[in-house]
Design a protein around this ligand. Structure first.
Ligand code: FMN
Length: 215
């Protein structure tokens, strides 16, 4: 996706896209907003030792790329000896019994998905009593310059006042039109977005090797 796209442009396109959908799909608008079924990742990695520290990796996704990153993080943590559960945030997983929690969200329209923010809000006190690491999956503002860094940090504006994460990661995501809802496809096509997969599995693994080391 072109780095020049700003959140404002996304919002503007969303407005236009919404209007177009409403006009085109009266009666069928509900179906038009549904995303095609994207794989739900719900996994448990348990090593033989019963002494393993338990980690929950929970994620919010629309098109599946964040779920796949969550699974990759969990695999590395499991190789490091943690017992790991991977759960969609939409399943509202309980966080009791975990020694650490990793929360990840895709970005839409310049912010974390609402269910991820709600999850943090609902579990705020428990999350403040445990090591929490966050990861964010996005396609804009991936540069090393100050503006990119500030813009991607702003994706977490709604959650940052609520918790004190021990680590924060930003991973480049993916765009697959077949995995988008009709409305999202309309928006990204209007913005000239292209299909791409910019996930850097080496960077994801490297972060998973280090995260929670001190926790
Ligand atoms: C409708 C739409 C809006 C998006 N808005 C943003 C955005 O504001 N900033 C950004 O960096 N990426 C944005 N993206 C890119 C997604 O964050 C990226 O495709 C991510 O990998 C999606 O994760 P998912 O596959 O788990 O849903 C947007 C993508 C779509 C389809």
């Amino acid at each position: 996706m072109d780095q020049a796209f700003t959140r404002r442009r996304f919002l503007k396109a969303a407005g236009i896209g919404l209007a177009a959908t409403t006009a085109a799909c009266i009666g069928g608008g509900y179906i038009a907003t549904l995303a095609p079924e994207s794989a739900v990742v719900d996994l448990t990695f348990v090593k033989e030792s019963t002494m393993s520290r338990r980690v929950l990796v929970t994620y919010a996704t629309r098109a599946g790329s964040t779920a796949e990153i969550a699974a990759a993080i969990a695999r590395t943590l499991s190789d490091r000896g943690f017992a790991v559960d991977v759960k969609p945030i939409k399943a509202q997983p309980a966080i009791t019994g975990y020694d650490a929690i990793i929360i990840g969200s895709a970005v839409r329209m310049g912010r974390w998905l609402p269910e991820a923010v709600d999850f943090v809000r609902m579990n705020q006190s428990a999350l403040n009593g445990a090591p929490v690491a966050l990861f964010t999956v996005h396609l804009l503002n991936t540069g090393d310059d100050e503006a990119s860094r500030a813009n991607r940090a702003a994706y977490l504006d709604a959650v940052r006042p609520l918790i004190n994460p021990v680590a924060e990661a930003y991973f480049a995501g993916a765009m697959s039109f077949a995995r988008l809802s009709f409305l999202d496809r309309l928006i990204v096509r209007m913005l000239g977005a292209v299909e791409e997969d910019r996930r850097d599995w080496t960077a994801i693994e490297a972060w998973s090797e280090d995260v929670l080391v001190e926790a």
